[in-house]
Design a protein around this ligand. Sequence first.
Ligand SMILES: [Ca+2]
Ligand SMILES: [Ca+2]
Ligand SMILES: [Ca+2]
Ligand SMILES: [Ca+2]
Length: 332
Amino acid sequence: MKSRWSLTLLLVLMVGLVLSFGSSWSALEGAEQFYEVLARHYAPIIRQGAASEQDYITALDFDGDWISNNNWENQPTGDLSAYVYYSVIESKTHWFLFYSLYHPRDYTYEDCATSGGCHENDLESIQLTVEKDGTPFGKPKTLETLAHDSIYLYTFEDSVGSGFLRVAGTADLEDGHPVIYVEALGHGIYGHKGASSSIYYFPRLLGGGTVTYRVGEQAEVPESTKDENISYKLIPIYTTLWPRRDSIGDGKTFDRPFEYRGQVLSASIDGDTFTKDSANTPWGYWQARGATLSRGDWFLDPARAVSFHASFEGDFSLEYLYNPYLRDLQRQ
Ligand SMILES: [Ca+2]
Ligand SMILES: [Ca+2]
Ligand SMILES: [Ca+2]
Ligand SMILES: [Ca+2]
């Protein structure tokens, strides 16, 4: 009796294993877990110029709701725990890792009431391109950073050259993580230290300093504008911002609809303080398009965008093995 039960149990277990490992759902689940590990492996070390708490990175729903035009008002009372949004897309030859930093306010050294340079919500991003060379984590090739109207191109080795973008310098790696430098006030991101006076000079002049964020298990709040060791948590764009992409309009999460390959997407985060709808969504960036790319390609079709921005030696496939965004848009 006992052995028959054991046999039945064994059969049930085997069928279960075959079903779970055999289905594409599980394969995808496994791949997504790997993408999270990969995103963490390359998660940037962030040197954030911090003139005030308004320069702390956080989540778009830091105030407990997904209404975005109350975020300027809620900045002083909201939860400024550190989060970084990420996304991984895989082509036949490369991984594209996108990271976005959110700040509730983009502000100026001068009074916002008269400067004309302040706006509610701010999302600036970077993209890392990693060649799949047969090793578990591949070989990083380029780092692109967004600062206001421009994307800057940095390389990890000489085999990558300029394309539409001129190579701005060599990317820094520290313990295997790229290092990025983020301005206080306007929050532009660069791959080198001396890129802007708002990274070190202005924050110090205003009595602040630099906060250094590293990926970790906890979403921490800096103790001061000079805190050198703060942990941030990664959160996927795909399960947080992307499902809300149709929340478009005043009082919603996003705004400024535009057409991307026949589908309506939102170019901006909704905002109404000082200037309207001034922060882009990850899929709403318009920089460095030339005559070749469309608004949104940098995030949604990174193989095409990055191979236009830079020139690579060797194979660079435009065919995706995993791009859930284009997949969703095609299904709509
Ligand atoms: Ca809000
Ligand atoms: Ca507002
Ligand atoms: Ca900004
Ligand atoms: Ca609006």
